[in-house]
Every structure is written in C-alpha cells, then in structure tokens.
Design a protein around this ligand. Structure first.
Ligand code: 5GP
Ligand code: ZN
Length: 134
C-alpha cells in the first residue's frame, strides 16, 4: 500500500484545495502556509526527490511551477515570488514525494532568508571548484 500523503491527495483519499491541474501535475494550497497563497506543485507520478526524478520530468515540474507562480501573482497581486524545493531529510524535506513550494511574497511579509549572510573564504571556493569540476 502506498503510504505517501501526496499520492493519497492525488487519489482523493485526503482532501486538498486544488488551484491547478493538468494531465501530469497538480497544485494545491499548503495547509501549514509560510504565507498567503503558499502552493505546492507536484507531479502525478510519484518520485521521492530531485535525485530520483529524471531531468525532463524535473524541467516539466519547474515549468508548471512557473505557470502557477504567474497565476498566483496575477490573482493575488503579489510583489514577488519565492520558490523552495527541499530534498531529503538533510535538505529539509518532510514529505517524500517531490514538490515545489511556490510562495507569493510582499515586501512587508514575515519571511526571512534561511541562511546567515557571510562572505566565503576564497581559497575554499577554489578548492570546491577543483573538486566539483575535476
Ligand atoms: P517539505 O517540508 O517536504 O518541503 O514540504 C511539505 C509541505 O507539505 C509542508 O509545507 C506541509 O505544510 C505540507 N503538507 C503536509 N501535509 C499536508 C497535507 O495533508 N495537505 C496539504 N495541503 N499540505 C500538506
Ligand atoms: Zn507520492
């Protein structure tokens, strides 16, 4: 039995507030929203995370998130948009069916960047570049 919450939402076993649907993707309002209009965009085919899904499917998911972002911006007159996409426990993912968070933003909303701004040590960047590109 599939215990995935988002697969249950897709099956209609758990109710959700749909705002967009097509053949391959589904978008619905988050029940613990970071702000007004916080929406989750998911593929109908289950993949756990970015490391499991194909590049083509990920591209199509991102394109759908862009359309949803435009829809939210138009309907809610938001000033900006923040997209989050968490992967695996270390990447803050809690529901292991890949999804994009589309969060309409206003300059006076309550969100903060989740990291502290501090300059990198240049030699660390050089070493990382070497490791990643070699
Ligand atoms: P993650 O932490 O995996 O990136 O995001 C999971 C998101 O799913 C969270 O923002 C959480 O609020 C949302 N969520 C969890 N369960 C449900 C649910 O049953 N319905 C809806 N609409 N959202 C859910
Ligand atoms: Zn699933």
């Amino acid at each position: 039995m599939n215990s995935c919450i988002f697969c249950k939402i897709l099956a209609g076993d758990i109710p959700s507030k749909k705002i967009y649907e097509d053949e391959k993707f589904y978008a619905f309002l988050d029940i613990f929203p970071a702000g007004k209009g916080h929406t989750l965009v998911i593929p109908k085919e289950h993949s756990a995370d970015i490391h499991e899904i194909s590049s083509d499917q990920y591209g199509a998911l991102a394109a759908t998130a862009k359309d949803v972002a435009d829809l939210l911006q138009r309907k809610l007159s938001s000033e900006g948009t923040t997209i989050f996409q968490m992967n695996r426990e270390s990447g803050w993912q809690t529901v292991f069916h890949i999804h994009m968070h589309v969060i309409p933003r206003w300059s006076d909303d309550a969100l903060h960047k989740p990291w502290d701004i501090a300059p990198a040590v240049d030699s660390d960047l050089v070493e990382l570049q070497r490791i990643i590109c070699e």
